[in-house]
Design a binder for this molecule. Structure first.
Ligand SMILES: Cc1cc2nc3c(=O)[nH]c(=O)nc-3n(C[C@H](O)[C@H](O)[C@H](O)COP(=O)(O)OP(=O)(O)OC[C@H]3O[C@@H](n4cnc5c(N)ncnc54)[C@H](O)[C@@H]3O)c2cc1C
Length: 494
């Protein structure tokens, strides 16, 4: 008898972020839509891709999660988007924006932008980054230490090469990495901090939503179940001749041969007793549970301030506001009372410059936030964000212009979202960047689960593009291809 709470299929994909949707869309193409279902706990698709098209008072779209195509020379998502004939997917001429200007730097003790060029700040910054790389390359025996500690070592050793001003402004310039990883410099692994990029960053001014729309275009709505929180995965099931039974909190039961688990690492890590954890039967083996502990999860967030007047430089596209040097300040400590402005660095993207051609009746500044500031601001009224950033943003005011009050403040809420719980995988000191990938990517013999029909995808399961949209996308493709291949092998073996 037909039971609306039951489905029997070949493949179930858990999580409808970019990894899950790429896997599902590839599988639907090959196996047909009757054989694939997607289970998503939230009431919307996209996961950490979320383009806000309604909150702006200036008529702009804001990506509250991923916004940039990183590694634009090699980014496969960008490459495919540009190959699309249908320009409504991504119109490069109209919507692409490269962050091709050096950032301006500001500090609490200086009015206007710091003269980076004549003080040769960028040259010192390059030396500092090279020092950090060389420090750990010198010997494999060098233990990991935090970015803050290895930064101090540079100044101990080479501070004498610098001018007073260089020493002053560069002392904690390396903290801008906090706005990449979403964690503070006293936690960031020095060994893994410095990044090499394959090309500039590119923004689709319309937002990343195009990717979710593209990926869902061939998945019929009856194959996608939203508001279905997976609570258990039984991988020794025998009912309906299927190896796996998935159950959701809302009472749905899916029987299938293969699953692709794409929930964030922050969710996979939860104990089964937790309200949002998944109970595995039999439990996940210790090689996987300990790999899940070998890496942390960051908390990058955003606060967007909209103004009816542009009182900052409309031409510069990004601003770095340096944090003050406060001896004894532990940046990662939980924030319990309003934080002091300039205690955390800010990275600001100038949307007045990004959307220059629109002649907007104002402009906006998109400010990135790091843990523990993200948790504090996401749990506080928007006015707290303005209180913290106002004195910092005031530094951007052009001569003769005064900072004005925002007409609108938009904030992210990733740390309070129980199905995301932060931003993406981040390496603390002594974390292992490869163990989780080895255990979950399915690419290494003798690792992961014995049941090869249980697959994992997501930004935390891949090294090329780790933490990024294109990494998540390629991991979804990897798993869909593996299943298609496995199915064709078993058909040809009959
Ligand atoms: C603020 C911020 C800025 C970022 N900026 C960039 C950027 O500029 N460029 C870039 O490339 N990347 C960026 N990223 C990272 C990028 O967004 C992610 O790497 C990528 O979107 C992750 O995709 P995913 O499919 O692995 O995971 P997700 O998108 O998180 O998908 C997992 C899905 O699983 C669902 N789920 C969780 N638990 C359950 C359950 N029990 N049952 C069913 N479903 C469940 C979740 O709701 C979610 O929809 C940013 C992220 C954040 C938060």
């Amino acid at each position: 008898m037909y039971n609306p709470n039951e489905r029997v299929v070949q493949v179930a994909v858990i999580g409808a972020g970019v990894a899950g949707l790429k896997a599902a869309s590839t599988l639907v193409n090959k196996l047909g839509d009757a054989q694939v279902v997607v289970l998503e706990a939230q009431d919307r698709l996209g996961g950490r891709i979320l383009t806000d098209t309604t909150s702006s008072k200036l008529g702009l779209n804001y990506d509250l999660g991923a916004a940039w195509f990183h590694d634009s020379l090699t980014n496969p998502v960008l490459k495919e988007a540009l190959e699309e004939e249908d320009k409504s997917v991504f119109d490069f001429e109209k919507d692409a924006y490269f962050d091709d200007k050096d950032t301006q730097f500001f500090s609490s003790d200086h009015d206007g932008p710091i003269d980076v060029a004549s003080l040769k700040i960028n040259r010192v910054s390059e030396d500092l980054e090279k020092f950090i790389e060389l420090y750990f390359v010198e010997s494999l025996e060098v233990p990991d230490s935090s970015l803050e500690e290895v930064n101090s070592k540079f100044f101990e050793k080479y501070g004498k090469f610098l001018t007073d001003e260089q020493r002053h402004y560069c002392r904690n310039i390396i903290r801008h990495y906090e706005l990449w990883y979403g964690i503070t410099w006293d936690l960031i692994s020095g060994k893994h901090a410095i990044m090499d990029h394959n090309g500039r960053n590119l923004l689709n001014k319309n937002g990343y939503k195009f990717l979710i729309e593209k990926l869902t275009s061939n998945i019929p709505s009856q194959s996608v179940y939203t508001e279905q929180q997976v609570v258990s995965i039984d991988r020794k099931n025998k009912v309906h001749d299927k190896k796996v039974l998935i159950q959701t909190k809302q009472g749905l039961r899916i029987y299938c041969d293969y699953i692709v688990v794409t929930v964030p690492q922050s969710v996979l890590q939860l104990k089964s007793a937790s309200e949002y954890g998944i109970t595995w039967n039999p439990p996940l083996p210790s090689n996987i549970t300990s790999a899940l502990e070998s890496i942390h999860f960051g908390a990058l967030g955003k606060v967007i301030f909209e103004f009816d007047e542009v009182w900052w430089d409309p031409e510069e596209d990004r601003f770095d506001i340096l944090a003050d040097i406060t001896p004894g300040f532990v940046a990662s400590q939980e924030i319990k009372s309003p934080p002091v402005p300039f205690s955390y660095p800010a990275f600001v993207v100038n949307f007045a410059s990004v959307h220059k051609e629109k002649n907007l009746p104002g402009g906006s500044l998109v400010v990135l936030t790091q843990s523990p500031l993200t948790q504090y601001l996401e749990s506080s009224p928007a006015s707290e964000a303005w209180k913290f950033y106002k004195p910092m943003l005031a530094k951007l005011a052009l001569p003769g212009k005064n900072i004005t009050e925002p007409i609108n403040i938009i904030k992210t809420n990733w740390t309070n979202n129980p199905y995301i719980r932060g931003s993406y995988a981040a390496l603390h000191t002594d974390d292992d960047p490869s163990e989780l990938i080895i255990q979950l990517s399915g690419e290494f013999d003798g690792c992961g689960l014995i049941d090869k029909n249980i697959r994992f995808a997501g930004e935390h399961t891949i090294s090329d593009g780790a933490g990024c949209v294109h990494g998540a996308y390629m991991s979804g493709l990897r798993e869909a291809d593996w299943i298609i291949n496995d199915l064709s092998d078993s058909i040809s073996n009959i």
